[in-house]
Design a protein around this ligand. Structure first.
Ligand code: FE2
Length: 173
């Protein structure tokens, strides 16, 4: 039973990855997206956000808007978390193709490829949560829990309801 549940979860994740790839190919920031970004991020954050690849910006917007549909967490905080969760990707950006290669390699090696840290592509893929944490910590003005949610967003760990919400929408949006 447990194996079957695991199998279903993996299939669902693969479906989300394929959907994310097709969405990434045509990603474009429109007026509504820009207004949304400007409404929730300060000037400095907007500049950082603009440095993300367009497909990553679009993903962050979808995550933020998905999280905002929950009534259990503070709406503004959830939107800001969704928008900024991948901000560390500005440090070692990956093209759509590189990202797709990394998703495949990650699954095929069950994460063991992470050890090869001399490759920029591998560092960018695995270390962006830590980069984002450090970047925003240096900027200052964030609650420790906000920064920790960014740092830990790819870790399999239990956490608050709002942290789980980020992981859920990061997977499916
Ligand atoms: Fe991420």
């Amino acid at each position: 039973m447990l194996f079957f549940m695991h199998f279903l979860k993996r299939r669902k994740l693969m479906f989300y990855r394929i959907k994310q790839f097709t969405l990434a190919l045509t990603a474009k920031i429109n007026k509504e997206d820009q207004a949304f970004i400007n409404q929730y991020l300060d000037r400095e954050e907007q500049k950082l956000f603009a440095l993300l690849k367009v497909y990553e910006q679009k993903h962050a917007i979808r995550v933020a808007q998905g999280m905002a549909t929950s009534f259990e967490c503070d709406k503004e905080e959830m939107i800001r978390l969704g928008l900024l969760h991948d901000i560390g990707k500005i440090q070692e950006p990956l093209s759509i193709i590189e990202k797709s290669i990394m998703v495949l390699l990650h699954h095929l090696t069950r994460g063991n490829i992470k050890k090869l840290q001399s490759f920029k592509m591998i560092r960018g893929y695995y270390n962006h949560p830590q980069y984002g944490y450090e970047l925003l910590k240096k900027k200052g003005g964030y609650a420790p829990s906000f920064l920790e949610n960014i740092r830990d967003h790819h870790l399999a760990k239990g956490g608050s309801k709002c942290f789980s919400l980020l992981q859920e929408w990061d997977d499916k949006a």
